[in-house]
Design a protein around this ligand. Structure first.
Ligand code: FMN
Length: 200
C-alpha cells in the first residue's frame, strides 16, 4: 500500500475541501493517506515514511499561507526526493487576461523563491468565491475584484469553480506516479515549471 501525505494551507476552506476530496479518492484507490492542515498541526517532521506528497495552498492577495511556506521550506529536500505535486488554489486561473496569468506566474515564482522548493509538478486549481465566509470588507473587496474581472457580484450566494472530475483524474495519476514511473503520470496532468520557476 502506498503511503501518501496531503499537506495544505487554507484560509476560507476551499483548499481543505479539495484536499479532503483527494484524501477520499486516494483512499478509495487503496492508498494510506495522512491529511494535515498547516494551521491545525505543525506537520510531520519526517517524510521518510511517505511514498508521495501532495502540497496545496490557496492564494490570497498574491501569497500563500505563511505556515505552509514555512513547512515547505523546512522540508524542501525531502519533498523533492519523492513524487510530489503542488496545487495552487486560486481564481486567476479562470481568467483569460494574459496580464492576470503573468501575475499568477509571478506569485508562483515568489513561492519557489521563498521556499527554495521547485516542484517538478505544479498545478493551478480553480477555487471558490465564498462570499458567505467573508466579513464585510473582504466581501466588498472581492465583489469589486469580481466586477472588474467580469465575474459574479451577487454576494448572497457562493460560487464554486473547482473541477472535481479533473481532481479525480489527478488523484489516480498521482497514485500511479508513486509506483513504477514516478514522473510520467503527473507530468502529463500538471503544468511544467521552467528553470526560473515560471509556469509554462
Ligand atoms: C481576500 C482575498 C484575496 C484573494 N487574492 C487572490 C489573488 O491574489 N489571486 C488569486 O488568483 N485569487 C485570489 N483570491 C481567491 C482565492 O484564492 C480563492 O477564493 C480560493 O478558493 C481560496 O481558497 P481557500 O478557501 O482554501 O482559502 C483571493 C480571495 C480572497 C478572499
Amino acid at each position: 500500500m502506498k503511503r501518501l501525505l496531503l499537506f495544505y494551507g487554507t484560509t476560507d476552506g476551499q483548499t481543505a475541501k479539495i484536499m479532503k476530496f483527494l484524501d477520499a479518492e486516494l483512499r478509495g484507490l487503496g492508498a494510506g493517506v495522512t491529511l494535515v492542515a498547516a494551521d491545525a498541526a505543525p506537520g510531520p517532521a519526517e517524510l521518510s515514511e511517505y511514498d508521495g506528497v501532495i502540497v496545496a495552498g490557496s492564494i490570497h492577495a498574491g501569497g500563500f499561507q505563511r505556515r505552509l511556506v514555512r513547512w515547505v521550506r523546512q522540508h524542501r529536500e525531502a519533498l523533492s526526493a519523492r513524487p510530489h505535486i503542488f496545487l495552487a488554489v486560486c481564481l486567476s486561473v479562470l481568467q483569460q487576461d494574459p496580464a492576470v496569468h503573468r501575475e499568477l506566474e509571478r506569485i508562483l515564482t515568489r513561492f519557489v523563491r521563498a521556499t527554495g522548493w521547485r516542484p517538478r509538478a505544479m498545478k493551478s486549481v480553480a477555487g471558490a468565491l465564498s462570499y458567505s465566509r467573508y466579513g464585510f470588507l473582504r466581501r466588498w473587496v472581492m465583489r469589486r475584484i469580481a466586477r472588474k474581472a467580469g465575474g459574479v457580484t451577487d454576494v448572497t450566494r457562493d460560487y464554486e469553480y473547482t473541477d472535481w472530475d479533473e481532481l479525480r483524474r489527478l488523484a489516480r495519476n498521482f497514485l500511479s506516479s508513486c509506483g513504477a514511473e514516478p514522473e510520467l503520470a503527473v507530468a502529463s496532468m500538471a503544468t511544467a515549471v521552467s528553470a526560473t520557476g515560471e509556469i509554462t
